[in-house]
Design a protein around this ligand. Structure first.
Ligand code: SAM
Length: 240
């Protein structure tokens, strides 16, 4: 193990996430592909190994400190970009059936390559806008956990993500420093989309020490027929 892998496995183990040599190798291959493909397309501004493991891999897995992954069977990641948080979560919790949605086809092609190279099973990479994909029966009100990191302000994000969550399921919005204003602004969108804020979890990245917040919402009921509205509208004219 190199020094990055030593702290990475150690910190995850403290939270009950034990990584096998195969899982560590999957993270290593993912890191190499990220750096390689990043030269041809814009995937991430972070390429140094330690920083990728901390700010992308570890940050993604922190969701499992607050949401019990072993009690879930399906997860959808909306606006996954280069695969965060869904690919690190899938590596750590291989039992999950994962759907990745992104509106940029190049990123979906990268993720399809990652899924093959890492031999991940039951991962579907869907190219399209969340507003359109959430209207398709297999995806609507269908997932135990829905995630989104760094996609949009919560008032608009709720309309992109909550329609994917099953009745009783969880939407986890992964946010940075201080989400209080966003949360206040998003109250009406939560009510309209049948969700209730259940907790705001706080953590710090282990070395950089920057603050992260995970907003957890529980869905109670089916998505009303009028949502999501036409593609583009949720972010342009959020429910306020
Ligand atoms: N979640 C990743 C992360 O944390 O690194 C990527 C964040 S990136 C800033 C936002 C991603 O959301 C982009 O890949 C973009 O293509 C995607 N996106 C934006 N609006 C979307 C929409 N309406 N439907 C699906 N994907 C969308």
């Amino acid at each position: 193990m190199n020094s990055t892998e030593i702290w990475f496995t150690g910190l995850l183990e403290e939270h009950g996430v034990a990584l096998s040599p195969l899982q560590l190798e999957q993270f290593q291959t993912y890191y190499e592909l990220l750096v390689e493909w990043n030269e041809k397309m814009n995937l991430t501004g972070i390429t140094e190994r330690e920083a990728v493991y901390e700010k992308h891999f570890y940050d993604s897995v922190t969701l499992s400190f607050f949401v019990k992954m072993d009690q879930a069977s399906s997860l959808a990641d909306i606006g996954s970009g280069a695969g965060f948080p869904s690919i690190p979560l899938k590596i750590c919790f291989p039992h999950l059936r994962v759907t990745i949605v992104d509106s940029l086809n190049k990123r979906i092609q990268f993720l399809q390559h990652v899924v093959q190279a890492l031999k991940l099973e039951q991962v579907q990479c869907v190219h399209g806008r969340a507003e359109d994909i959430a209207r398709l029966a297999p995806h609507r009100d269908a997932y135990d956990i829905v995630t989104a990191r760094a996609v949009a302000r919560l008032s608009g994000l709720n309309e992109l993500c909550l329609p994917f969550v099953s009745d009783g399921g969880v939407f986890a919005a992964m946010k940075g420093a201080d989400p209080a204003d966003e949360v206040n602004e998003a109250k009406r969108s939560m009510t309209e989309l049948k969700a209730k804020l259940t907790s705001i979890e706080h953590l710090k990245l282990p070395f950089e020490q920057s603050d992260r917040h995970i907003l957890l919402m529980k869905k109670n009921g089916a998505t009303p027929a009028k949502y999501p509205r036409k593609a583009g509208l949720p972010l342009k004219q959020p429910i306020l």
